[in-house]
Design a protein around this ligand. Structure first.
Ligand code: C5P
Length: 366
């Protein structure tokens, strides 16, 4: 159902030939079938892709000046809008207010992708890739393989405070955890991400609980995982923390060596969660290793899956700037007995998809 503006990009004959259906934009064609009401009532789902800033504004105020906006007013089914526009238009308070209004009415407005736009500019505002839109459609129709499942994903790196200004941290960016949360939501799951110091936006449709230290994360994961079907420990949890947090900033003293810092062990959250696993719950661990070769990585991974007792383990070699902060990764997925189920080289989203397929298979078997 193209708008007048859409027909300036792709003409009606192209739409008609490709779809095998007549194309109308106004409300004055086939009036005997009352299409401005009947189409909205008939549809199982209305998707507007791309949704321009103008369409979002018309939908938000309830204008009914063409067939599409009439249909949006009469639709009783779920409605999914995929905005695409230049970054300035997307970030403009008027557009953001329209998006908030539409979401408050239960309409799903997808977060646009970040990337090259129609000019030389790039930024948020790009139409998501067709396969991502399709995954959303499946999720909205609750046909995804994780529909009705509750999934908890930890992400990012914990920071263990030394004094009021310093901490011990690590280089985890949270990208892999957020990619898993996003793909799980696309597959229909109800997703909560327990997030430690992640600098990227939370995927749309995912709940977030902040947990900055290993101790905070332990509490948050216990609470969140109590009724979960799937628990995925992607976070880089500090193995050690300073034995005490100094109340004031540690000072340098001329001529004196710094005071040594004593470290104590943090609890292993993954092992604790495995110890309290609900019947049927699937628990996934990660192993970020620096291994000299593939054989050594596999050995470390097999040892870890046995020690931790999780159902699945993702092992990657994080040495040599290959993984941290990047969009790509290379990883092995192992089951609880140490058998390699997949060797994935690709984006963090590719790894998330492959991992969640393995999770869904396990849930189906239980
Ligand atoms: O033992 P290692 O730190 O290599 O194990 C990594 C896995 O264990 C990851 O899934 C990580 O989230 C989890 N972990 C944990 N609590 C810790 C340390 C690691 O849950 N204190």
């Amino acid at each position: 159902m193209p708008t007048e503006s859409a027909l300036k990009f792709v003409g009606a004959p192209t739409w008609e030939a490709l779809s095998g259906h007549p194309v109308h934009t106004g409300v004055w064609d086939d009036v005997n079938q009352v299409p401005h009401v009947s189409l909205g009532r008939w549809a199982d789902l209305v998707v507007v892709a791309p949704a321009t800033a103008n369409l979002l504004a018309r939908a938000a105020v309830g204008l009914a000046d063409d067939l599409l906006t009439n249909t949006l007013l009469t639709a009783t089914c779920p409605v999914l809008l995929a905005p695409a526009m230049h970054t300035e238009m997307w970030l403009h308070p008027a557009t953001q207010a329209n998006v908030a209004t539409l979401r408050s009415r239960g309409i799903e407005v997808i977060e646009p992708a970040v990337g090259r736009l129609t000019g030389a500019d790039s930024g948020p505002g790009r139409l998501p890739e067709p396969e991502d839109l399709f995954a959303r459609v499946l999720a909205v129709l609750a046909a995804g393989p994780l529909a009705g499942r509750r999934v908890i994903v930890s992400a990012g790196g914990t920071r263990e405070p030394l004094d009021p200004v310093r901490y011990l941290g690590n280089r985890s960016s949270g990208r892999q955890g957020y990619a898993i949360a996003e793909v799980a939501a696309d597959m229909g799951a109800d997703v909560t991400v327990v997030s430690a110091h992640v600098g990227i936006p939370v995927p749309h449709g995912v709940d977030v609980v902040e947990a900055g230290t290993a101790a905070d994360m332990l509490d948050a994961m216990h609470t969140a995982s109590a009724d979960a079907d799937v628990v995925i420990m992607t976070a880089a949890v500090a193995d050690f923390r300073p034995d005490a947090v100094r109340e004031s900033k540690i000072k340098k003293v001329d001529g004196a060596d710094p005071e040594p810092i004593t470290l104590v062990r943090n609890p292993d959250i993954l092992v604790e969660l495995v110890g309290r696993r609900r019947p049927g719950q699937v628990i996934v661990g990660f192993a970020a290793e620096t291994a000299p070769d593939e054989g050594a990585l596999l050995e470390l991974a097999r040892d870890k899956v046995a020690r931790k007792g999780c159902d699945l383990l993702v092992a990657n070699d994080v040495g040599g700037e290959r993984v941290f902060g990047r969009d790509t990764t290379r990883a092995l997925i192992l089951d609880g007995s140490g058998t390699v189920l997949a060797d994935v080289a690709g984006t963090k989203v590719d790894l998330a998809r492959r991992l969640l397929e393995a999770v869904a298979d396990r849930l189906d078997d239980r």
